[in-house]
Every structure is written in C-alpha cells, then in structure tokens.
Design a protein around this ligand. Structure first.
Ligand code: NAD
Length: 421
C-alpha cells in the first residue's frame, strides 16, 4: 500500500460527495465505518520445516443491498486500513453499477513471489479455514484481487467445500471454468472499462482512432485493456509494471510487450533488445514518468495512491480511466477536476470484474451456464447503463464523475438501509 491512510482518503471523497446529497447524519455515520472486521493468524508449514505465521483480514463493510462481495489481495503491504478502504469502495461499486451486493474485501500480508506453489496453496487453504465462519454464498463472497488468481480461488473453493462437506460453488467467484467459474471473468474488468471508455469518448466527441494511451500496470487488467484499445485502433504509447516501463511515440503492440515480459520477467530494459520491436523508437521510463507522458488517455491499472497532489498538475491526459482501485488521492482528484481532466472513477471504471462475478454467482445458484456472447452482452448493457446514469448526474450536479458516482451509490445503499433494522 502506498498511501498511509487510504481509507481516510476514500472517506474524504465520500464526505465531499455527500455535500451534493440529502442524506441524514445517522445514515452518514453508518456509511463511514465497516460493519464487521476480522483479523486472523494463519500458520503455514514452510518447505524448510519452519512454521511461519501470516496475518490476514476480512472486512465486511456494508451488506444492506445484498451479500457482501470483494476480492482477496496477497501483498506484503496489506493492512487493515487498506482492506477497509477497498471494502468501502466495493460497497459503493456494487451500488453504483446496480449489482445486488454489499461490499467486502480480504487480504493477507505476504509476498507471494517468495512462496513455493505448495506453500501458496497451504496459505490459501489456511486463510479459508480461518475465515470460514465469516464468509458464505449468502453473506460474504470472496474473489481474486492483486496477486490472487483463479488457481487460488480453486483451492479456496475446494477448502470451503471440504469444511462444508458439500459443494458450494457460489461461495467464491473467479474460479476456474471447469469448477463453476464464468466465461469472460478473466477479461471482465478490462472489458467493462473498455465499454465505459468508448462511451465517454463518444460523449466528448473525440475521434478514438487519433487517441494515444498510457497504461500503468501490465497485469490482468492493464494488459487486457491495452489489447482491447489497440485492437480498436487507439495507439498504446506507454506501459509499465512494478519494475518500470517503456514509452514509444510510434506505438507499442500489447502482445509483443507481454511476450517479452513473460520471457524476461520485466518490461523495462529488455523490451527492444530482442526482435519484437527493433523498428520502434522507444525510451525507458519510470512509473512516475509514465503518469506524466504525452498521452490523451491515462489508465492507472496497478495499485492505489499513484496520482497525488505532487504529480496531478503534470498529468497531460484529457481522460484518466481508473482501472486500479484508488489510484488517485482525494487532493489529486480535486486538482484533476479543476484542470478539466475527465476522470472515470474506479467504482465505475473497474466494476466489470464484480459484474461478471455476480453473473458467476447467479449461474452457480441456478446451475445454468451462459455463453461468452451472453456474458459480454449483459456486461455491456450493465456498464453502459451505469455510465449514463452517472454521467448524467455529473452534468446535473455540475461535478466530477467521481462525486456523481459516490452520490448515486450512497443514495442506493442508504435507501436499502432504511428497510433494514
Ligand atoms: P495483477 O496482479 O494482474 O497486475 C498488477 C500489475 O501492476 C502488475 O503488472 C504489476 O507489475 C504492476 N504493478 C505493481 N506495482 C506497480 C507500481 N508501483 N507501478 C506500476 N505497476 C505496478 O492485478 P490486476 O488484477 O490487473 O489488478 C490491477 C488493479 O486493478 C488493482 O488495483 C486491482 O485492485 C484492480 N482491479 C482488478 C480487478 C480484476 O478483476 N483483475 C477488478 C477490479 C479492480
């Protein structure tokens, strides 16, 4: 985690948004804190014979709209503050895009790259044993997040089934398709952001084919959105990962960058040494420089706290599409809005992931599975409806899309809270 008080920063943005909404002080009090918090210690027998204790969290922030939903993150800097902030954002995200779920999040403070496959499986199963009573298909449904993936969800789902002594596929989403995962889940976050971004480009009357794009974070979400936009004719001029990035005015091919990343383990320093792009002029850049490159669209798709008050004034993009959760601090958000940068907020831009997770949960419960086309169609109409509602509200309130999304979401949560004791 980069920002020291990610949750505080997120709450600041909620407070600013609620100035535009008539919400009672009592409802605000409930919205400003999590409903339930669990901290667990997970002992794992390591390959060298020692036992190592890992700390994990699960936060259920609000479940007025339905069972709480949120991923599990593996990262050395996972903290209760971060997990709470992410659970808060999940609450608003599900409400903002009309999914009947509340918000939750989980995490383990661990560097998964330092674990063997066996240790990783043991930690993942241990996490489920530790939080078993706190989660479930009708109360709190985990999914993948940073450095967790469908293999890990498969282990977790299996451990949950073992403890339950029955198959409960709807207890986890983001599972492998062979054990009840949904088609389209892997690319859902990028696809949802792509639908929203295309609609924004249309609303702003820009010519998509002339636009350039910089993507920070070249993992699942960053790579897939770069690919979708590249296929549509937009020029990807810069990409980066945790080790650094590259800038090429002539454009980069996402698949070529991925090939090098997979073979060499990094983008920076190796990209143009091989044969994939000998003819492309490129420069090596740092992650900080990527945020300030000359590109029309900036897509932060890595981690939180990247655009701050220090660098917001130097962002050259006209559009920032927040595929990562919380990449812009509250102070930076104000600067970008004042400078006329259109920011598609995280709770809208990256909601495609949780939308298809919701589809997975519905399919698991119905025992009826949909085709890729059906998933894509439902995702597109769900994302476009949410975008138009929020965009219209931003115009009406004369505010940023983030403020509008927060107001739109908070009103829905508060309305549901009014029907519960
Ligand atoms: P991932 O683990 O697949 O990829 C993360 C990428 O970010 C990696 O390429 C990593 O090298 C890079 N990275 C890490 N630290 C960085 C830094 N300081 N600067 C630049 N790059 C850095 O994760 P993902 O699933 O693609 O998630 C990325 C972001 O999108 C996260 O904020 C996550 O919460 C958010 N998100 C993901 C999903 C999803 O379904 N995958 C859904 C909603 C939100």
């Amino acid at each position: 985690m980069v920002s020291d008080d990610f949750f505080g920063s997120a709450l600041k943005q909620l407070e600013q948004a609620l100035e535009h909404a008539s919400i009672s002080l009592e409802a605000k009090k409930i919205l400003m804190q999590p409903k339930a918090v669990l901290e667990v210690k997970i002992p794992v027998g390591m390959d060298d014979g020692r036992v190592k204790i890992f700390t994990g969290f699960r936060v259920r922030y609000n479940d007025a709209l339905g069972p709480a939903k949120g991923g599990i993150r593996y990262h050395p800097l996972v903290s209760l503050n971060e997990v709470t902030a992410l659970a808060f954002l999940m609450t608003l995200k599900c409400a903002a895009v009309g999914i009947p779920f509340g918000g939750a999040k989980g995490g383990v403070a661990v560097d998964p790259k330092n674990l063997s496959q066996r240790e990783l499986e043991s930690l993942s199963r241990g996490y489920v044993r530790a939080v078993y009573d706190f989660i479930g298909p009708d109360s709190d449904i985990p999914a993948p997040d940073v450095y967790t993936n469908e293999t890990i969800m498969g282990w977790m789902s299996d451990e949950y089934n073992r403890i339950s002594r029955k198959l409960v596929p709807a207890a986890f989403t983001g599972k492998p398709v062979s054990i009840g995962g949904s088609l389209g889940r892997n690319t859902a976050t990028a696809m949802g952001a792509y639908f929203v971004l295309k609609e924004l480009i249309r609303q702003l009357k820009l010519n998509g084919k002339e636009l350039t794009v910089a993507v920070q974070g070249f993992g699942n979400a960053g790579y897939n959105i770069a690919k979708l936009l590249h296929n549509d004719g937009l020029k990807i001029v810069a990409v980066s990962d945790s080790k650094g990035g590259v800038y090429a005015q002539g454009g980069l091919h996402p698949d070529s960058v991925m090939k090098v990343k997979e073979s060499k383990g990094m983008i920076d320093g190796v990209y143009c040494r091989g044969s994939v792009c000998d003819d492309i002029e490129h420069a090596h850049i740092t992650n900080e420089q990527l945020l300030e490159v000359d590109a029309d669209i900036l897509i932060p798709a890595a981690i939180e706290g990247q655009i701050t008050e220090k660098n917001a004034g130097k962002v050259k993009a006209k559009i920032v599409c927040e595929v990562a959760n919380g990449p812009t601090t509250a102070g930076a958000d104000k600067v970008l809005h004042e400078r006329g940068v259109a920011v598609v907020p995280d709770i809208l831009a990256n909601a495609g992931g949780v939308m298809v997770s919701y589809f997975e949960w519905v399919q698991n419960r119905a025992g009826l599975y949909w085709s890729s086309d059906e998933i894509r169609g439902r995702l597109e109409s769900g994302m476009l409806k949410a975008f138009r509602d929020i965009y219209e509200m931003a115009q009406q309130l004369k505010t940023s899309m983030r403020m509008a999304a927060y107001v739109h979401a908070a009103k829905k949560v508060v309305e549901a809270m009014a029907h519960r004791s």
